[in-house]
Design a protein around this ligand. Sequence first.
Ligand code: ADP
Ligand code: MG
Ligand code: ZN
Length: 484
Amino acid sequence: MTNATKIEYEPVIGLEVHVQLKTATKMFCGCALQFGAPANSLTCPVCLGLPGALPMVNKQAVEFGIRIGLALNCQIDHRVKFDRKNYFYPDLPKGYQISQYDEPLAFDGVLQMPIQDASGQPKVCRITRAHLEEDAGKSIHMEGSTLVDLNRAGTPLVEIVGGPDLRSPEEAYVYLNTLKRNLSYLGVSDLSMEKGSLRCDANVSIRPKGQEKFGVRSEIKNLNSFRMVRAALEFEIQRHTRELEAGRTLSQETLLWDDEKHETRSMRSKEEATDYRFFPEPDLPFFDVPREWVDSIHATLPEMPEKRLLRFLDDYRLTEQDADYLVGEKALADFFERAVSLMDEPKKVAAWVVGEVTRELNDRNAGIDELTLTPESLIELIKLLDSGKLNNITAKEVFHGMVETGEGALATAKKLNKLIEQDDDAMNAVIDEVITEFKDKAVADFKAGEEKALGFLIGQCMRKLKGKANPKELGPKIAARINA
Ligand code: ADP
Ligand code: MG
Ligand code: ZN
């Protein structure tokens, strides 16, 4: 085939995201939700699936589900209906999963993304549905045998099914980040891919550009990070393209991503809904979702990140990059706003939060609410710097000390002996010492008009003063004494 006849293909991508809810107890029983407890210690007849045990719906889980639905601009169903999805798996002792089939709790939503589509319009992805279901247990594969831990069985999940609206792996990546950012504002989940509280399956097909009908899709599982989702989609798009260009047909498959080999491998041919023999869960009668309940949940939704971003740009005149970063996590944006309420210098405060605070969070792989640092102590530090009691270098040192101990800026600066004392005599003595020491070199150079020499002399003074001076103040002082 020559290039001229080559068909141009367009990818079509739709993502399914599972969010583990951080309710106090499981979806249908009173067992506690807890990560890392001894195997099978958090179980009861209901989540073990013992005969005769009856499930009860966790109201908090339904409320969290409604919260998610509303935040994704969905309609909320007027009643809750659960169905049984039947399949056999060792970590599913009941032989079925309680899920929602034809009546999802939430449906017909949209997620607005901070990018543009091919025609320059703001990119939106439809949210087809968001439904409640329970998680299965965990199989732990050992050499030659498999152990089952049922602590996770019955954990409430919300499955968010995105429309087939994404057109590139990069758009899928942005979708996931945007979705995660929105969900982080709701306080309904840890959203940790590492701990499995956020999981994603990716569906992808390709079609000739301009054709409306979708191609045959692959569903990729075992994606443990957003980066892997993007890489697996890129791989599949290339594989589909190769197959079609070679004149072969594709079959609908479920695949696993192997991140080490950087390739997908087939897990099974795609199962159909009919394979699961869905039927209404007989142990859980339908129940109504009163409009007032939905309204009251709606009233507690926080300002969502898209809106907050615009306000940060307007009110604080931040750069798009800083504003985008700050609203990325609600706790961080809250921290920033509290700090700005104490000191009306948003750009200066933003520079600290985006800079030093973030470096610290990255080093510790922690969120802002895991640090003992408060907005109050950060502002105290910035004020010490502004008043000349610290310089740019010692301020950072004091900052790191504060993060270690959780103490205030002044207390830490004193403890670390970093406060600049306004002892002019001592400073002048040091300046004279340095001038004498470098009389024939740097001082002579400076006198001959070499500005750089002053920087050297400042450095020498700073060293003798153990960093407890302000270089901006030292420069003119040294110059004045040389020229005197
Ligand atoms: P299932 O429940 O069998 O997985 P769904 O119809 O619920 O199937 O779709 C699951 C996901 O697959 C959705 O996110 C949807 O956007 C996406 N999807 C459906 N058809 C295609 C396709 N042809 N190409 C890419 N993605 C698709
Ligand atoms: Mg699916
Ligand atoms: Zn239980």
